[in-house]
Design a protein around this ligand. Sequence first.
Ligand SMILES: Cc1cc2nc3c(=O)[nH]c(=O)nc-3n(C[C@H](O)[C@H](O)[C@H](O)COP(=O)(O)OP(=O)(O)OC[C@H]3O[C@@H](n4cnc5c(N)ncnc54)[C@H](O)[C@@H]3O)c2cc1C
Length: 406
Amino acid sequence: MPECDILVVGAGCFGLSTALHLRRRNMGKVILLDREPLPYSDAASQDSSRIIRADYPDPFHAKLGLEAIEQWRHDSTFSPAYHQSGFLVADMPGGTFVRKSLQTQKQLGHQNVRMMDFSNIKSKWPGLSGSLDNGWDLYYNPEAGWANARQAMLSALSEFRARGGEFISGPPGALETLLFKDTESVPKVVGVRTVDGTSYHAPKVVLATGAHVIKHVKAGSMVASIGWCVAHWRLTPDQQAVWANHPVVNLHNHGYFFPPDSTGLMKMGWGIISYTNAAGPWLSVGIPTEAEHGIRHILRMVAPSLEHKEFFDMKICWDGMVGDRHFLISRVPSYDGLVVACGGSGHGFKFLPIIGRYVADLIESKLDSEYEQRWAWREQHIEALTGAMKGRLVKELADVVLGARL
Ligand SMILES: Cc1cc2nc3c(=O)[nH]c(=O)nc-3n(C[C@H](O)[C@H](O)[C@H](O)COP(=O)(O)OP(=O)(O)OC[C@H]3O[C@@H](n4cnc5c(N)ncnc54)[C@H](O)[C@@H]3O)c2cc1C
């Protein structure tokens, strides 16, 4: 019966970062479990690319983003995966994201951020030759960029292991049920049993199973499993020459795409509609036809030379969404000994180098009160998911037509 001081279940961005920081602090024997070896097939943190930015209207997230970027630049575990390409955001007429983010960055002393107009953009980045000039606000931050998520995760796992951490994946790492000891007041979590029947015992358990957390802990309307669509394509060598040195482009609430990697691979995520899948099992391969059309539509508006590229690796990526889009990093009130670290809410990956510090602080009972409040168990205090999506459409997968599958 394996025993340890702290058991972390789920080796995505939240769980792996936690496990790494626990070992960096020498906090005893740490076992990290996942149902799959890394890179995982459908975890939110395993992808080719993730935006790394501090551009948020809310100063809390902006400061956290700046702290993370500092580590993406200087922590040798993460820096090889980081590309400071710059970040260009467009917001629809009447939107507030761009102007408020600009204001927040300036307030925090970052004067390099600036508004741009579309004609400047076309001459600076020739790939962006579309006609997006009808009153959209455009904002550029040269200090942001993107990371190869898979590369960063593998590197973090390698450091965790080098520091004595144990990673167990596959059936012996797949949580089936939490193990409890009944005490007089609240049940105490004393470990987990995995699908192969192994029981792991630990006085402290961190549950970081991302979109799957709600399978093991009742979180009411606080967290929902939401799927977002992505598609990949590859540039020809000629196109790659044109697309060298382009920034990450984000049409706020519509979709975003990354500059090519060294092999000419590009990826776009679609933000207009997201999906739930009440029936399960969750589908990750293939996307609804409307999503593929939506992606091509955005390319037509911004980068028309890419509109008809052949897409591959089209898939739905699942994340735990919290109503107010703040993470859920908290003790679970109904159980003693259990901490949850989840609720990436579509923007959690950029915090990979630092989020585990805060989970470790919580475990050591020294988390700063502002963070504790923001990330608290807050079922009663937040709007249900529909409120969180602020008018964006969430559809049930069973109700839509699925397009290409690979
Ligand atoms: C399409 C898309 C685009 C995104 N883009 C960005 C971006 O550009 N920038 C950004 O900062 N963030 C982005 N995000 C958000 C970010 O990727 C997530 O918030 C973050 O990766 C969530 O990490 P996690 O650890 O909570 O979940 P995951 O990475 O999903 O990790 C959960 C882990 O738990 C494991 N697991 C599940 N069930 C079990 C079980 N029973 N037993 C054991 N293990 C289990 C899974 O295998 C997985 O490894 C995006 C998300 C999506 C979906």
